[in-house]
Design a binder for this molecule. Structure first.
Ligand code: GDP
Length: 436
C-alpha cells in the first residue's frame, strides 16, 4: 500500500548524504507510482510529485544533513494540502438542522447515519433519524435497530413508497417535536442510476437540507472518484464521508476525491461500531499515510470514551499500590469503548506499519475477560489470594487453560511491579531505572 511504498522510497534516500537530481528522481518516481497504485488520479499524482521534486532540489543545501526527513515533510505537506488543509465541520445551524445522506448502496450510509446521530446526541442535542430507503425493506429495520442501540428516535413509514413524502413528513415531525437535528438516510442503488439520482434530487429539493453529505466506500478505489463526481454534478453536496478506512482501503480515494470534486472530506469511518467515527483531519490522514501515527485522533477517542471519575479512581488505586483485577477489568472495558484495538494501535507513531499484519482484534480480550469473570469478587480485589488450586478452578470456570491463567497472573504481577516503581519515582524516592 501507499504507506509501505512511501516508506521504502524515502528509506532509499535516507542513506544518502544529500538530495541530488539523480537520487531524487528515483524517489519521486517511487512516490508517483505509490500514489497511482493507491488509485490516485494520474494527473493529481504527477502534479504533486513534480512539486515535490522542485521543492526538494531547491532546498538541497539547507537540508544536507537529513534529506529523508525533509522529504517526508515536503510529501506530508503536499498530501495535507491536497486533502484540503483544514478539518471542516458539518453545518448544524437551523431548527432543525437537516442533514441529507446520499451514496451508493452498501457504501455505509445507514451505518454512518447512526454514527452521526450518536455523535450529535453526545453533544446534548435532540436528534431524529428518518428512514427514506424504501426499496430495501431491511434498511428501515436496520436503522431502527441502530436507533434503539444509541437511544435516538427513528421516523419511518414502512408502507409508504414515496421517499419525498416520507422526508417531508419527517421534517414536519421533527419540527413538532422540537428536534435540533434531522438526519435523512436515503436509498442507494448498486450503481449510479437515473431513477435513484432523480429521487435523491427530489428529496433534497423538498426538505432543503442544511448539509448534504455524500458517503463513499474507500475500498472502491478509482470508482469512488467517479461516483463522487456524478453525485456532485447532480446534488452539489457539501462534504464527503469516507467509510471503511479500517480495511485495506487505498489512501487514494481521499487524495483525489477532494481534488476532482473540490469538496472537503468531513468524516472518516473506521468500523461498524457506533463509536468508530472520526472527523477527517487532512494533516492526520497525511501522517497516517506516511506511517507517522495519529496520536491526536487517539487522544480524542480516549477523551470521549474514558469516564473521568472512574479514571481518577483507578489512578488513586495505582498511586496507593492497590491496583487489582476489578480495576483492570474496568480499564479493559474503557479501552474497548474507544473502538477497534488494531485501529488504535495503528494510531501510535511507529506502530502503524508493525501491526498491519498482526492478528489482533477486540476478541483477543475475551479469554482475559472470561478469566477475570471466573474470579470471586474477593479474589479480584486481592490478587495475592489466587493460589494454585484457585487458578485451576478459575481455568475450568472460564474455559481456558491453567497456562492462560498463569500467564495473565504473571503479566498482571509485572504490571503491578511497574506501577510500584513508577510511584516511587514520582514520590522522588527513586530514580527511573535506565530501561524505563
Ligand atoms: P448502506 O447500504 O449505504 O446503508 O450501507 P450500510 O450502512 O448498510 O453498510 C454496508 C455494510 O458495510 C454493512 O455491513 C456495514 O456494517 C458495513 N460498514 C459500514 N461502515 C463501515 C466501516 O467504516 N468499516 C467497516 N469495516 N464496515 C462498515
Amino acid at each position: 500500500n501507499l504507506q509501505d511504498k512511501l516508506n521504502k522510497a524515502i528509506r532509499t534516500l535516507k542513506g544518502s548524504g544529500r538530495i541530488t537530481d539523480v537520487n531524487v528522481a528515483s524517489t519521486v518516481k517511487e512516490i508517483r507510482r505509490a500514489l497511482t497504485d493507491a488509485d490516485v488520479n494520474f494527473k493529481v499524482a504527477k502534479d504533486i510529485t513534480d512539486q515535490i521534486r522542485e521543492e526538494a532540489i531547491g532546498q538541497k543545501i539547507v537540508i544536507a544533513v537529513e534529506p529523508g526527513q525533509m522529504l517526508v515533510k515536503i510529501v506530508h505537506d503536499k498530501l495535507t494540502e491536497l486533502m484540503g488543509g483544514q478539518a471542516e465541520s458539518v453545518n448544524l445551524k437551523g431548527s432543525p438542522a437537516v442533514v441529507l445522506i446520499a451514496g451508493l448502496q452498501g457504501s455505509g450510509k445507514t451505518t454512518f447515519s447512526g454514527k452521526l446521530a450518536h455523535n450529535i446526541k453526545k453533544q446534548g442535542r435532540q436528534v431524529l433519524l428518518a428512514a427514506c430507503d424504501i426499496y430495501r425493506p431491511a434498511a428501515i429495520a436496520q436503522l431502527q435497530t441502530l436507533g434503539q442501540q444509541i437511544g435516538v428516535e427513528v421516523y419511518a413509514e414502512p408502507d409508504n413508497k414515496d421517499a419525498v413524502q416520507i422526508a417531508k413528513n419527517a421534517l414536519k415531525y421533527a419540527k413538532e417535536n422540537s428536534k435540533n437535528v434531522l438526519i435523512v438516510d436515503t436509498a442507494g442503488r448498486l450503481a449510479i442510476d437515473e431513477a435513484m439520482m432523480q429521487e435523491v434530487e427530489n428529496v433534497k429539493k423538498a426538505i432543503e437540507p442544511t448539509e448534504t453529505l455524500f458517503v463513499v466506500d474507500s475500498m472502491t478505489g478509482q470508482d469512488a472518484v467517479n461516483t463522487a463526481k456524478t453525485f456532485n454534478d447532480r446534488l452539489n453536496f457539501d462534504g464527503v464521508v469516507l467509510t471503511k478506512l479500517d480495511g485495506d482501503a487505498r489512501g487514494g480515494a481521499a487524495l483525489s476525491i477532494r481534488h476532482v470534486v473540490e469538496k472537503p472530506i468531513k468524516y472518516m469511518s473506521t468500523g461498524e461500531k457506533m463509536e468508530d467515527l472520526d472527523i477527517f483531519y487532512p494533516d492526520r490522514m497525511a501522517s497516517r499515510i506516511l506511517g507517522m501515527g495519529d496520536v491526536l485522533s487517539l487522544v480524542e477517542r480516549a477523551q470521549q470514551a474514558f469516564d473521568e471519575e472512574e479514571a481518577a479512581r483507578i489512578n488513586k488505586q495505582i498511586r496507593q499500590n492497590q491496583f487489582n483485577f476489578e480495576d483492570f477489568y474496568s480499564q479493559l472495558q474503557q479501552i474497548k469503548k474507544m473502538g477497534n484495538i488494531k485501529d488504535l494501535m495503528g494510531m501510535i507513531p511507529g506502530l502503524g506499519g508493525a501491526v498491519k499484519d498482526v492478528d489482533i482484534s477486540n476478541d483477543s480480550f475475551k479469554p482475559i475477560e472470561a478469566i477475570i469473570s471466573s474470579m470471586t469478587l474477593k479474589e479480584r480485589k486481592n490478587p495475592d489470594l489466587i493460589d494454585g488450586s484457585r487458578r485451576r478452578r478459575i481455568a475450568t470456570g472460564s474455559g481456558t487453560s491453567i497456562q492462560q491463567v498463569n500467564n495473565l497472573m504473571k503479566q498482571f504481577e509485572e504490571m503491578r511491579k511497574m506501577m510500584k516503581t513508577m510511584n516511587k519515582v514520582q514520590d522522588g524516592k527513586m530514580k527511573l531505572p535506565p530501561m524505563m
